[in-house]
Design a protein around this ligand. Sequence first.
Ligand code: KMT
Ligand code: NI
Length: 182
Amino acid sequence: MRAYIYDDLPGDQRQPHDSGIEISSSELERLGLVYVNIPIDEEGQWEKEIDTFAEQRGYKNRDRITVTKAGLGEAYETKIKSFFDEHLHEDEEIRYILDGSGYFDVRGSGGEYDERWIRVSLTKGDLLVLPAGIYHRFTVDHDNAITAMRLFQDEPKWTPYSRTAADTDVREARAIYLNQVK
Ligand code: KMT
Ligand code: NI
């Protein structure tokens, strides 16, 4: 995992867009992100560690998602553009990277990087929890391949509320989130 300010320059979303400004783990924590690394070992110890983490945080369900150019064919470019639309959810978004790599961009809120995109680069073994109500987006990187485990609290509530919709900014999850980062 590495986190840095997105450079906001035009160009393919899959490029690093690395401004060179590093973001500390304490700033990520302030924004409500939770990050851990659980190396994927051949003995399968990682699965026990995921079970423990899930139990501690009350994640009862899980599935796997694979996003690859080869797997999605014609739909690929459309799919990755849809993941890259700025949105929020009313629940946490939890991703454990099983293979490949990708970027989660989260909006800075308050502090030095208010409203800047913070790019969190994830590779195999990284587990990231985005808090409910945080604006974010996702993209694969130039390798065009990621497989992730998605964990859920109860019933998966996957609805992405796009920031472009008039009522997203006034959702309760957004208000609760903003109160937490203040
Ligand atoms: C999401 O919600 O943006 C995704 O699940 C993207 C693929 S998982 C790394
Ligand atoms: Ni999302």
